[in-house]
Design a protein around this ligand. Structure first.
Ligand code: AMP
Length: 143
């Protein structure tokens, strides 16, 4: 399955903020939308960074609550691994495993156009395995 097919099924909504927003605003945004990561974009929707719940934990442990007033541009992950719509989900899964992160923004011509999370990938794999299981069962029963 391609990223494009998965986006068609799950939707293209991505929660994003500007790198000029604060860590406190990001925490509220993550909580409000019940998600694990935010993409930080410029005015043209170009990806500038990513900020996840793990970053919140680490920053609070290292610097305490004063970090909530800081701007995301100083603390976000700047080198973001992205993907394009024509790529296969298996490739994205390998990219997540290798990079040890759970979110991959989708870009089209450098603009943010979706996001794939580990939850989306796991859901897809479970459905795929269930389908294979059902097909094998039918094959055995009818052979
Ligand atoms: P996550 O597993 O997505 O919560 O992220 C774990 C760490 O990897 C955090 O420091 C994130 O800022 C960073 N991260 C998340 N997604 C990506 C990505 N696509 N590219 C680079 N870093 C990322």
């Amino acid at each position: 399955m391609t990223v494009k097919t998965m986006l068609a099924a799950k939707g293209r909504d991505v929660v994003f903020l500007s790198p000029g927003a604060t860590v406190g605003e990001a925490v509220n945004c993550l909580a409000e939308h019940r998600i694990g990561a935010l993409v930080l974009v410029d005015e043209e929707m170009g990806v500038k960074g990513i900020f996840s719940e793990r970053d919140v934990m680490r920053l609070l442990a290292e610097r305490g609550t004063a970090v909530l007033e800081e701007k995301l541009e100083g603390v976000m992950t700047r080198v973001v691994v992205t993907c394009t719509e024509d790529e296969d989900i298996v490739t994205i899964m390998e990219r997540m495993t290798r990079g040890r992160f759970r979110h991959v923004p989708v870009v089209s011509g450098n603009r943010l156009c979706g996001i794939i999370s580990i939850g989306d990938v796991v859901k897809h794999r479970v459905e795929e395995m269930q389908r294979e299981h059902d097909e094998l069962r039918t094959y055995i029963m009818t052979a």
